[in-house]
Ligand binder design. Structure first.
Ligand code: NDP
Ligand code: ZN
Length: 182
């Protein structure tokens, strides 16, 4: 089931790249989520790991909920749907909705969202998207921190990893911004 999810996600994200300068293949990101969940979170639940591999296919490709349900299971499709933003909403509303809805998610969806935020702040700091200022990175970190506030209580290990990366990097980002303002 895991290999099937990996192959499906790889095919769907085939032509997509991350926003960093070397245009890392998009599939690296879902793989990172599954790796963090398993190696840091100690999570070996197949539906969670499959949904982590598939977590961006509804949002970023032509894949529908029904396709995932039919190829995988209803539980996996529900999890992917839970971590998918509503495409009808504008960006600011989507960002706010993630903050407002985080605590209402199921525990399994919280784990996937937590891993997503860990991987994104790590990526954002280590391989920043092209043309992102330090200020914009800082704002993303602050937003991610607000979302994670609603995701706490499901994995002390994952929370600790988020906090560790957040605290270390936000300090550096703040210093860089202060230096630039001088
Ligand atoms: P986006 O949502 O547009 O971009 C971040 C998303 O891109 C991540 O969540 C991730 O999503 C994906 N991504 C792809 N490649 C990378 C990578 N290398 N590193 C990290 N993430 C990557 O960001 P926002 O528009 O939310 O910008 C963050 C903040 O900046 C906001 O709070 C906004 O207010 C502010 N802003 C500032 C602007 C400025 O110029 N100063 C302009 C616009 C916004 P996924 O996991 O789904 O792939
Ligand atoms: Zn993601």
């Amino acid at each position: 089931m895991l290999i099937k999810a990996l192959a499906f996600a790889a095919e769907k994200h085939r032509n997509q790249r991350r926003k960093d300068p070397i245009q890392t293949p998009y599939i690296n990101h879902p793989i990172q989520l599954a790796d963090v969940l398993s190696s840091v979170g100690g999570i070996h639940d197949t539906p969670i790991l499959c949904a982590a591999l598939l977590h961006d296919v509804i949002e970023d490709t032509d894949t529908t909920y029904e396709t995932i349900r039919d190829l995988f299971t209803e539980e996996i499709a529900d999890l992917v749907q839970e971590v998918t933003d509503d495409p009808q909403l504008k960006k600011a509303a989507r960002k706010q909705r993630q903050i407002d809805k985080a605590s209402l998610k199921t525990d399994k969806a919280k784990l996937i969202s937590l891993a997503d935020k860990i991987c994104n702040i790590k990526d954002l700091y280590e391989h920043p998207p092209v043309n992102w200022s330090r200020q914009r990175q800082y704002e993303y970190f602050r937003w991610a921190h607000q979302v994670v506030a609603g995701l706490r209580g499901v994995s002390p290990e994952l929370e600790a990893l988020f906090d560790e990366i957040y605290e270390e990097d936000i300090k550096q980002l703040s210093q860089d911004i202060a230096t630039m303002e001088e």
